[in-house]
Design a binder for this molecule. Structure first.
Ligand SMILES: *Cc1c(COP(=O)(O)O)cnc(C)c1O
Length: 391
């Protein structure tokens, strides 16, 4: 599948075939299986001589529509949809790696991805070496003859660092590695890693793709031969996205561009407000001119996204006090919701790491992550301002 119409149009007009009722909005296909005309139809379907739905662990019209839309938005050949972002990440590794293989990853990755690398994949003798986001020169030194995958998020969660996708792709190609990018923070609207040379792209659809904090979902898209391996693994092991969640997510994609435009507009204003505040020692937002990787962000992203991280003067205590003083913003583990959410990684998601390991991953003691929502930005800023005044 390739991009042919404009993004917003693809998001709205990509639809599975209408039923005999000629519905305008797509129905929900809550069915675990599909029927066959006769024994020959059943044989041919299982032999994959025809493309059709058999069982919803394999494919379902709602999940297919969701996958087709994401493929068009990302310029990908094919994809498979998962129950969560983590099942997308795990199944992708499980399908493509063998015991003894090695991964090179950015150190700054989502907490559960980090657990996968350090705790679970080693059970199958799959090991990972990490590079710091500001030391990409180190990547080639970490590559061994067993390395199969180069993995990164951009922007990273929670530190909001950006990695140069073109550079990562050059390194991956030179050493014959698969480049896999977790594109969750950017969404298919702001950044298309495949255009910069990624082989596979993963999304947690739970975040901005749903955008309203309702359902979990995930997807892996990219080269069709790789997706075929991922599909075969998944159809046998069962991490499939539910048709209901696929229906919700496909509807959400219709409004992704307008929602993300507004999220980014609000986030930039929040970032500018925080940067000028004297209780804040630094702000990280990809489209602030002071951002260390500003040029790279401008090269590969359409706008800066909805996540702003900043350092409150006063470390862990100030970070916790700030959260306790917020009146409107939610304290929640999700992000990319219509509601603005604040978290303090050092005392929560990353509290198990040593202070030193946290710093290596870009998480300082007073770092606060704000997922800027769609409320009126004046109200968001007013809440942040009163909390900063009262710490
Ligand atoms: C949330 C998140 C995930 C995991 O997604 P789930 O849908 O919660 O399983 C993976 N990567 C990033 C960057 C995330 O923010």
């Amino acid at each position: 599948m390739s991009k042919h119409k404009n993004f917003e149009t693809e998001a709205i007009r990509t639809q599975i075939e209408r039923s005999q009722f000629l519905e305008h909005s797509n129905p929900l296909y809550l069915t675990s299986s599909f029927v066959f005309e006769d024994a020959e139809d059943m044989r041919a379907s299982f032999a994959e001589e025809k493309e059709r739905n058999i069982y919803s662990r394999f494919t379902n019209p709602n999940t297919s529509e969701f996958v087709q839309k994401i493929c068009k938005m990302e310029g990908a050949e094919d994809g498979y949809a998962f129950a969560t972002g983590m099942s997308a990440i795990f199944s992708t590794f499980a399908a493509l790696l063998n015991a003894g293989d090695h991964i090179v990853s950015s150190r700054s990755v989502f907490g559960s991805t980090n657990s996968l690398f350090n705790k679970f994949l080693p059970k199958w003798n799959i090991t990972t070496s990490f590079f710091n986001v500001n030391e990409v020169d180190n990547i080639e030194h970490l590559i061994t003859s067993n390395t199969k995958i180069l993995y990164a998020e951009s922007p990273t969660n929670p530190a909001v660092d950006v990695l140069d996708l073109e550079l990562l792709s050059t390194i991956a190609k030179k050493h014959n590695l698969l480049l896999i990018i977790d594109n969750c923070f950017a969404t298919p609207y702001l950044q298309n890693p495949i255009a910069f040379g990624a082989d596979l792209v993963i999304h947690s659809a739970t975040k901005l793709i749903d955008g309203q904090g309702r359902v979990l979902g995930g997807v892996t898209i990219g080269k069709s031969d790789l997706i075929r391996e991922i599909y075969l693994f998944s159809r046998n092991t069962g991490p499939a996205l539910s048709p209901f969640n696929a229906w919700v997510l496909s509807k959400s994609l219709e409004t992704l561009s307008v929602r993300v435009d507004k999220h980014c507009e609000n986030a930039l204003k929040v970032a500018e407000f925080l940067e000028a505040h004297n209780a804040v020692s630094f702000v990280k937002y990809p489209f602030l001119p002071s951002y260390p990787q500003y040029k790279i962000a401008k090269k590969q992203m359409k706008a800066g996204g909805n996540i702003v991280s900043f350092e409150i003067k006063g470390g862990v205590d100030a970070g916790r006090k700030f959260l306790n003083t917020l009146k409107m913003c939610s304290l929640s583990a999700n992000l990319g919701d219509t509601r603005t959410i604040a978290t303090h990684p050092a005392s929560t998601t990353h509290s198990k790491l040593s202070a030193e390991d946290r710093l290596e991953a870009g998480i300082s003691d007073g770092l606060v992550r704000i997922s800027v929502g769609l409320e009126n930005v004046k109200d968001i800023i007013e809440d942040l301002d009163q909390a900063l005044k009262n710490i």
